[in-house]
Design a protein around this ligand. Structure first.
Ligand SMILES: Cc1cc2nc3c(=O)[nH]c(=O)nc-3n(C[C@H](O)[C@H](O)[C@H](O)COP(=O)(O)OP(=O)(O)OC[C@H]3O[C@@H](n4cnc5c(N)ncnc54)[C@H](O)[C@@H]3O)c2cc1C
Ligand SMILES: NC(=O)c1ccc[n+]([C@@H]2O[C@H](COP(=O)([O-])OP(=O)(O)OC[C@H]3O[C@@H](n4cnc5c(N)ncnc54)[C@H](O)[C@@H]3O)[C@@H](O)[C@H]2O)c1
Length: 459
């Protein structure tokens, strides 16, 4: 087939791709998204955010009901793990159907099921079941995301990954009694708390000294004291190998020079993700850095018309960061590839959706240095909603510039952390001060009032 012309070709159809695709199509441009999944939403919906949180929220309800056994909700409640997986699958199907409708209703935008390769700075080949098509694109958005990193660990192939756990039709259909999780980052810790709260005995093995390395230690240390009792965490260990033992898994690791082993039903490997670089990118001279495709905050590669957004640039590998970056790309394309919009990588709300959760944004004391920020605190112990829900653990901390009392960052451990961080983020984006927050009459008895109460503690 002859080469076809498009205004924008997106490599991938996840959160880093489709907001730009829709914005450009709305502005009258012809857009093609290419993705081997043949559906929109990338890994967030296929095996990431949405399915993992469908599991998380069900476990949170189970946890709440158990806590209320002596508080007015008596009766036996049991986990049906296979039904929980069906619920997760149903949420995924529902969202896929919604996205298909959105796509069908939007003119000038097509989604092709296939794999894209860069032939030169304007030409992209798309390999699909129908053969290979070639497109000449005025603009290219590389949004090919990330994939599970598999380390050279003997027996890695015996382990499950987040892909196996959360994809539609997941690998696990019954609740394991015992599980080892290798890796103490987001995926490892979230997954560990979900299973531990359901009743699985979970051992988590972390290579370095710190769980959730890179986050404010004061936040992480507080979170660690609140994790489920059925979760054992070993840090500073070196996993040696995983072996098959008549269908069970034997995990062998070194702990302070001593060899330790444990036999479990399931091993989950969660030691990170790596960017997926489309074929041809490097040969046309697109540069990589230690995160992924190298871009500045205008998200342009060395070619002004070729952009890289989302997990593939590895700067802030979160869904909402990918969406914001995608819109930055759209704005810069619409401005004729002259940077007019920039991604702010420093102010992205981040939540570890453990049970309970921890969330942070902006500048925290570990990064700012001791004494550089004025701290305000609010403990959930004294919070009305937390008392009503018997969730009195954790706190809100806000960090201000000492001279101006301008909000610089914050973190929350505990109740509604994943929602409250959005409120703090909005205040941060608006350049608000402790005075502004303290003046706002936030709703009682909701956890959000803790944000203004924390600010008021300074006066
Ligand atoms: C278990 C798990 C839980 C997560 N939970 C959260 C969460 O709660 N909140 C949050 O914000 N983030 C979460 N994330 C991260 C989030 O999923 C990613 O940040 C987000 O999906 C990134 O979007 P993206 O569009 O950059 O990439 P992706 O979603 O990875 O999409 C990239 C797409 O490109 C396609 N592709 C790859 N190569 C090619 C090619 N050559 N041609 C065509 N298409 C190609 C891929 O098939 C994929 O569909 C989670 C991730 C995981 C794994
Ligand atoms: N709530 C969220 O927003 C959310 C949830 C899940 C995933 N994600 C995204 O997915 C990405 C990947 O998550 P992840 O947890 O796989 O990676 P990660 O980089 O967050 O954590 C990996 C952990 O594994 C440890 N590790 C590495 N090699 C090891 C080894 N051999 N033995 C033991 N431990 C080892 C690392 O030190 C680190 O603590 C995250 O960076 C995040 O962007 C986000």
């Amino acid at each position: 087939m002859a080469t076809q012309e498009v205004d924008l070709l997106c490599i991938g159809a996840g959160g880093a791709a489709y907001p730009a695709a829709f914005r450009l199509a709305k502005a009258g441009h012809e857009v093609l998204m290419v993705d081997p999944k043949g559906v929109m939403s990338g890994n967030c919906l296929y095996e990431g955010c949405v399915p993992s949180k469908a599991v998380r929220e069900t476990v949170a309800l189970y946890d709440d009901v158990q806590r209320f056994q002596s508080l007015g909700l008596q009766g036996h409640i049991a986990v049906d793990f296979a039904a929980l997986m069906q619920h997760k699958d149903a949420v995924q199907s529902r969202r896929y159907a919604q996205h298909a409708e959105e796509l069908a209703a939007t003119p000038r935008i097509r989604l092709c099921k296939g794999v894209a390769r860069l032939l030169d700075a304007h030409t992209v080949a798309v390999d699909s079941d129908q053969g290979t098509d070639t497109y000449r694109a005025a603009h290219i958005l590389i949004a090919s995301g990330s994939d599970v990193f598999l380390p050279p660990l003997p027996g890695a192939e015996l382990c499950l990954t987040s892909h196996d756990l959360y994809k539609p039709g997941p690998a696990l259909q019954s609740l394991p009694d015992e599980m080892v999780i290798i890796g103490g980052g987001y995926i490892g810790l979230e997954t560990a708390t979900f299973f531990a709260r359901l009743g699985t005995r979970v051992t988590l093995l972390q290579k370095g000294e710190r769980i959730l390395a890179g986050m404010d230690p004061a936040m992480v240390d507080q979170l660690l004291t609140l994790l489920p009792a059925g979760l054992q965490i070993h840090t500073d260990v070196e996993v040696q190998r995983v072996e098959d033992q008549a269908g069970r898994r034997q995990v062998v690791w070194r702990d302070q020079g001593r060899e330790v082993s444990q036999s479990v039903d399931v091993v989950v490997l969660a030691v990170g993700r790596h960017p997926v670089i489309p074929e041809g990118a490097e040969s046309i001279g697109i540069e990589l850095d230690h995160h992924g495709i190298g871009v500045g905050s205008a998200l342009q590669t060395r070619y002004p018309h070729i952009y890289a957004a989302g997990d593939v640039n590895g700067r802030v590998p979160l869904f909402h960061a990918a969406v914001r970056q995608s819109l930055v790309v759209a704005h810069n394309i619409l401005a004729g590839n002259v940077p007019t919009d920039y991604a702010d990588f420093s102010q992205v709300p981040t939540t570890v959706f453990t049970l309970p959760a921890a969330a942070y944004i902006g500048l925290t004391p570990d990064k700012a240095g001791s004494g550089a920020l004025l701290e305000a605190q609010y403990s959930f112990k004294e919070d009305a909603r937390a008392q009503i829900l018997e969730r009195r653990e954790g706190e809100i901390r806000l960090f201000f510039e000492p001279d101006t009392l301008r909000l610089k960052g914050g973190w929350i451990v505990g109740l509604d952390a994943g929602s409250l961080i959005g409120q703090i983020g909005t205040a941060l984006a608006a350049g608000m001060t402790a005075y502004d927050l303290a003046r706002f009459a936030d709703q009682h008895p909701m956890s959000a009032e803790g944000v203004s109460k924390a600010a008021r503690s300074l006066f």
